[in-house]
Design a protein around this ligand. Structure first.
Ligand SMILES: NC(=O)c1ccc[n+]([C@@H]2O[C@H](COP(=O)([O-])OP(=O)(O)OC[C@H]3O[C@@H](n4cnc5c(N)ncnc54)[C@H](O)[C@@H]3O)[C@@H](O)[C@H]2O)c1
Length: 250
């Protein structure tokens, strides 16, 4: 308890899956959490869950593709809290399609959410983090941003871009004492992967090359993300944390 005491943390896509788990964990660890999501109902449910366990949080609607909404959310955050210490760029979408069947529109959509959203987040976090005299940005990429696998070209390219963008942002933002790291989960049991996990053939294929042979739980990603958000990772920047049960290890 208290690993994020006094910190203001904003999480994107915190209405479901890993973002939701991180929001609850961060609140339990003493952070003032700003839950954001494109889906208002889901975001409000996260706030309800946080309040149920005796902590406070607030919801702000944020479509990460929209720079104006980023500006408004950051303005409200600074008006209410005066600073921003932690940003988790978690919102993302998955497209499972072979490269040759992927349309220009689909490719752009994946990049707008997964890459443009992270770029806007890093850019607009700077003002609030300067006010906090530093901060930690965690960009949720994927094991699929490190290796290639069939049927996910747009997604993998987008997560590879997040990996490189993280290192660029770490270099540019160090002068403001802002650390930027990427996280690379393997197959994690969330709403995003329900169809895959329910399909025994697909799961078998993915887990055949995973050393631990089972999907991860959202908590198993949220805890390392908490470490990156906290001062425990004070000498980490530009690094990539792989949380994939050994999927990329062989
Ligand atoms: N689940 C996995 O196996 C896995 C593996 C590797 C990486 N990831 C990445 O982890 C992150 C979280 O994944 P998850 O499995 O929890 O996903 P999820 O689909 O369960 O939840 C994603 C959340 O993001 C929100 N969202 C979608 N588009 C948005 C937008 N434009 N603006 C704001 N919010 C938006 C959704 O409403 C939802 O609440 C994603 O970036 C994903 O690519 C997931």
């Amino acid at each position: 308890m208290g690993r994020l005491s006094g910190k203001v943390a904003l999480i994107t896509g915190a209405g479901m899956g890993m973002g939701k788990t991180e929001a609850i964990l961060f609140a339990q660890e003493g952070a003032k959490v700003i839950v954001t999501d494109i889906n208002e109902e889901a975001g409000l449910d996260t706030v309800k869950k946080i309040e149920k366990v005796g902590h406070k949080a607030e919801f702000m609607k944020l479509d990460v593709r929209n720079e104006l909404e980023w500006q408004q959310v950051m303005k409200s955050t600074l008006e209410k809290h005066g600073k921003l210490d932690v940003l988790v760029n978690n919102a993302g979408i998955l497209l499972l399609k072979p490269l040759e069947e992927t349309s220009e529109e689909e490719w752009k959509h994946v990049f707008q959410v997964n890459v443009m959203g992270v770029f806007f987040g890093c850019k607009h976090a700077v003002e609030g983090m300067k006010k906090a005299d530093g901060g930690s940005i965690i960009n949720i990429a994927s094991a699929y941003g490190i290796i290639g696998a069939p049927n996910a070209a747009a997604y993998e390219a987008s997560k590879g871009a997040v990996r490189a963008l993280t290192k660029a942002a770490a270099s540019d933002l160090a002068k403001y004492k802002i650390r930027v790291n990427s996280v690379h989960p393997g197959l994690i049991d969330t709403p995003m992967t329900q169809d895959t996990i329910k399909d025994p053939e697909k799961t078998k294929e993915l887990l055949a090359t995973t050393i631990m042979e089972h999907p991860g739980k959202p908590e198993e990603v949220a805890l390392p993300v908490l470490m990156l958000a906290s001062d425990e990772s004070s000498y980490m920047t530009g690094s990539e944390l792989i949380i994939d049960g050994g999927y990329t290890a062989r």
